[in-house]
Ligand binder design. Structure first.
Ligand code: SF4
Length: 343
């Protein structure tokens, strides 16, 4: 594990030293006693603060899209869902990927909550706690991670992987990735990653989380979700934590005519609007559900809708910057072909 962190730190240092980037954005500790926080590193001595434990408190893609300096070249150390969010944000012209060097960390899940006493890193079937390998307790994973089928950040410039035996390997996926590895003097290796265990786990949890709901008829399913959404206290946590919610002026704000201010729960349009805006491109990062103080299973709702749309339109979010999400690309002819009835 130590070696893995060192590999990531070396890549971050090399990007800064070679002048490929002005800043590196990553999670780490500002001091030994600090919690895991986003770091914006410009001094190469600070790369040692970067850590790779399985806790991911917010979306770095969202931070750079909202607050990043558009004139800076930025290196990002991110998990696959955040790398996918960057691709989706690029399609929406919220970031210019030419300015980013994305270093993806292969990820087999993050923790539901921060465990202060233990450093945990998760492998497909095992977890490393304080340097010791144990059988993975899937119950500690965020629900969205258990359903995730994208543990390998192939859409990043570089993807980094660690094996349970401590060996790490790094793969350059793009020209920029090759430049990074050349600067870090690391050779690119073919990723030996086997996704079978993760695909099986994702299928098992999707069946568990979606199966019961799919068995319901349309009215029962609607009733289930409306009951869940009626717990909403309109704190805006889901909106504010979503990497794909970037509008500076949001239609859900009380000063806009769409949603009545002061009403709890909010009108259903509140959630329908969010679903319409991001449902076809959800990267299943789980930040909405983690932010919700009312325990509404939002990532299940968004992930289920995304899977449904993906099966109809064949769109996979965050994998390819040149393929556009259905809501912005489909036309009437496509709807007829796919048999979708909007009536
Ligand atoms: Fe409602 Fe939960 Fe979203 Fe807050 S985070 S607005 S309570 S759904």
């Amino acid at each position: 594990m130590k070696n893995y962190s060192k590999v990531i730190q070396n890549i971050a240092r090399a990007m800064l030293r070679a002048g490929l980037v002005d800043e590196v954005v990553a999670f780490g500790r500002d001091s030994p006693a600090s919690d895991i926080i986003p770091l914006f590193i410009t001094d190469e001595r600070d790369v040692e603060k970067i850590v790779t434990v399985s806790y991911y408190p917010c979306s770095l893609a969202q931070l750079v899209a909202l607050y990043g300096d558009k004139n800076k070249r930025i290196g990002m150390i991110v998990r696959p869902c955040d790398a996918r969010a960057m691709v989706e944000l690029a399609k929406r012209r919220q970031v210019n990927l030419d300015n980013f060097y994305i270093i993806g960390i292969e990820c087999y899940g993050v923790l539901r909550t921060r465990n202060k006493n233990e450093e945990i890193y998760i492998f497909p079937n095992e977890m490393e706690i304080d340097g010791e390998l144990k059988t993975l307790d899937e119950g500690i994973l965020s629900p969205n991670c258990r359903r995730c089928e994208y543990p390998i950040p192939t859409m990043a410039d570089v993807s980094c992987r660690i094996e349970p035996n401590g060996e790490s390997s790094v793969t350059a996926n793009t020209e920029k990735g090759r430049a990074v590895l050349a600067a870090a003097n690391i050779s690119s290796q073919q990723s030996p990653s086997d996704r079978t265990a993760i695909k099986e786990r994702a299928a098992r949890w999707q069946e568990k989380d979606f199966g019961e709901l799919k068995k319901m008829n349309r009215d029962e399913r609607l009733k289930y979700w409306l009951n869940q959404l009626d717990k909403c206290i309109k704190c805006y946590g889901c909106r504010d934590s979503c990497p794909l919610c970037y509008c500076e002026v949001c239609n859900l704000c009380p000063e806009k005519p769409l949603i009545q201010g002061g009403e709890i729960p909010p009108e259903r349009l509140f959630h329908i609007t969010r679903l319409m805006h991001v449902g076809d491109s959800c990267c299943n990062c789980g930040q909405c559900e983690a932010a919700c103080p009312m325990g509404i299973p939002l990532s299940r709702l968004y992930h289920m809708l995304y899977k449904e749309l993906s099966s109809i339109f064949g769109y996979e979010s965050g994998l390819n910057v040149n393929s556009l999400p259905p809501i912005s690309s489909i036309n009437e002819e496509d709807l007829v072909k796919t048999g979708v009835d909007l009536g």
